[in-house]
Design a protein around this ligand. Sequence first.
Ligand code: ADP
Ligand code: MG
Length: 255
Amino acid sequence: MDQLEIRNLHVSVNDREILKGVNLTVRKGEIHAIMGPNGTGKSTLAYTLMGHPAYTVTEGEVIFKGQNILELEPDERSRLGIFLAFQYPVAIPGVTVANFLRSAVNARRRAVDPQDKGIPIPEFRKMLLEKMKLLKMDPSFAGRYLNDGFSGGEKKRAEILQMAVLQPEIAILDETDSGLDIDALRIVADGVNALMGPNLGVLVITHYQRLLNYIKPHFVHVMLDGRIVESGGPELALALEEHGYSWLREEVQEA
Ligand code: ADP
Ligand code: MG
């Protein structure tokens, strides 16, 4: 089964344990949302899945296609079919969105065949234009320098376009807690909805209940203090909107 399986994941930052045993399975064709208040470890989970060096795994594993991806370099994770969106993408002045994406595609191809000459430019251009059309993006966007002076919404657009071009099997998106305007939320949500299908599993991490008005998750999980304390369907997101997180905190304390 091509599913991402997070098993008993414990992660420390600067010797402080942040994730305290996270278990979660994301199958292709499913959208999972992780919600929770600030500081509960949501981004720590995303960064750990990305392989950020500041996050030390002390226990547990993350299995995809029979491999523990925690043992792989970030680019190897990507080649395996996992897409990790960066919460704070870096600007690369002088490199256009199109060139950046073409390099990403070619790096993939060379990893499979070191002799590969790269995707022919007309073929790449055609594919890129198709993806941009699917995502309702203006073709001129491809000629802009990557993230250079991009608004929050444009950064999200670049991220979603990268996802469309790389065609991952599992996509993990960590949404900023602050400064994310409704436009940016919609770009992410519309993008995920456009790309969603039986060959894609999505894990969207969000502080914002509002995002889930646009993305309809099949499963909602609540993270509190480094653990997933509650899982349910979309109705769980509605309960959180109405009652906040405090009722879950009390339940956790009573348990
Ligand atoms: P969330 O995304 O749920 O708001 P985070 O994963 O960002 O939570 O943070 C969880 C805890 O881990 C916080 O106490 C935060 O200060 C700490 N933390 C996360 N990343 C780092 C880091 N790179 N350096 C130091 N502390 C960190
Ligand atoms: Mg966060």
